[in-house]
Design a protein around this ligand. Structure first.
Ligand SMILES: C[S@@+](CC[C@H](N)C(=O)[O-])C[C@H]1O[C@@H](n2cnc3c(N)ncnc32)[C@H](O)[C@@H]1O
Length: 275
């Protein structure tokens, strides 16, 4: 698939995310009417891996409403959030202002981030929880990330495990809660096209721009893209917990997140790499 075709599909995704934003803003899923609690989107291991962020320049790529970005600012970082959805960036700025958090938001495609950020470099680039699946070309993305980092700077990806994305419930309703391997674990077969009036949150239907495109990326593909771009992988964690209840049979964990009863399989991973 050509770069032009990738650009066309990403424009469709951009319109789709603009259309999803008002639904997400009003949703119980993001809970923005209640007290904002950005930390609830983070696993404890993330803060262990990220270390002290006081005074660090942290860039959050594909930050959506900035519900996670605010956590970096509250932990003392100079936080910047970047996303290509204008509606998301306007909403994120309002949420940060209401929370009294100092965050700069920049509207740009990740692939244009170096220019959009005017050559600014960061100590930490953070991304994930539903981000990489919207990127058609991981080697090109990894080169962008490498350019955004200072020497010694860290990339932290906390992303849904490709195994999670390849599981789906048994199709016949009423037959039981078994999950089956239903979707590709490995990428390479082009985008998955969705035309969905409902997004992953509660709330009303998405009013327009319902088409979106996602790409599957196995963990090997992610590691390969990063090392080819000159980054060193320092740590790879696999976790069986998710911040929300993906399927009804999931049970609460002591941390307040959710996991499948058995067998224990990875649903989320954290990958730390250094430039
Ligand atoms: C599921 S959110 C991930 C953010 C956060 N973890 C969350 O759950 O709110 C995905 C975000 O990626 C953004 N996005 C998708 N493709 C992008 C691209 N090529 N450049 C910049 N942002 C992109 C969308 O606008 C959306 O806000």
């Amino acid at each position: 698939m050509s770069t032009d075709e990738h650009a066309r599909l990403m424009r469709a995704n951009q319109a789709n995310w603009d259309a999803r934003t008002p639904v997400h803003l009003a949703s119980r899923f993001y809970g923005l009417d209640e007290d904002l609690d950005p930390e609830r989107w983070f696993a404890a291991f993330e803060w262990d891996d990220l270390g002290d962020l006081t005074g660090r320049d942290v860039l959050h790529l594909q930050c959506h409403l900035g519900t996670e970005t605010i956590a970096f600012a509250r932990r003392g970082a100079r936080a910047v959030g970047l996303d290509f959805s204008a509606a998301s960036m306007a909403a994120a700025a309002g949420i940060a202002a209401k929370a009294g958090a100092d965050v700069d938001y920049v509207r740009a495609n990740v692939y244009d981030a170096v220019e959009a950020l005017d050559g600014r470099r960061f100590d930490v680039v953070y991304t994930g929880k539903g981000a990489l699946c919207y990127l058609p070309d991981l080697p090109r993305w990894a080169e962008v990330v490498a350019q955004l980092l200072r020497p010694g700077g860290l990339l932290y990806i906390v992303e849904f495990h490709p195994l999670l994305n390849s599981l789906g419930p048994k199709p016949a309703p009423g037959e039981g809660p078994e999950l089956l391997l239903r979707h590709d674990y490995l990428g390479g077969d082009g985008p998955v096209h969705r035309d969905a009036t409902h997004t992953y949150t509660d709330g009303p239907a998405v009013a327009h721009a319902t088409d979106s495109y996602e790409w599957t990326h196995g963990i090997g593909e992610v590691v390969d893209a990063l090392t080819t771009a000159g980054l060193t992988v320092r740590r790879l964690r696999e976790s069986d917990e998710l911040p929300w209840q993906r399927w009804p049979q999931m049970v609460r964990t002591p941390s307040g997140w959710w996991r499948l009863p058995a067998p224990r399989v990875p649903l989320l991973y954290g990958l730390l790499a250094a430039r």
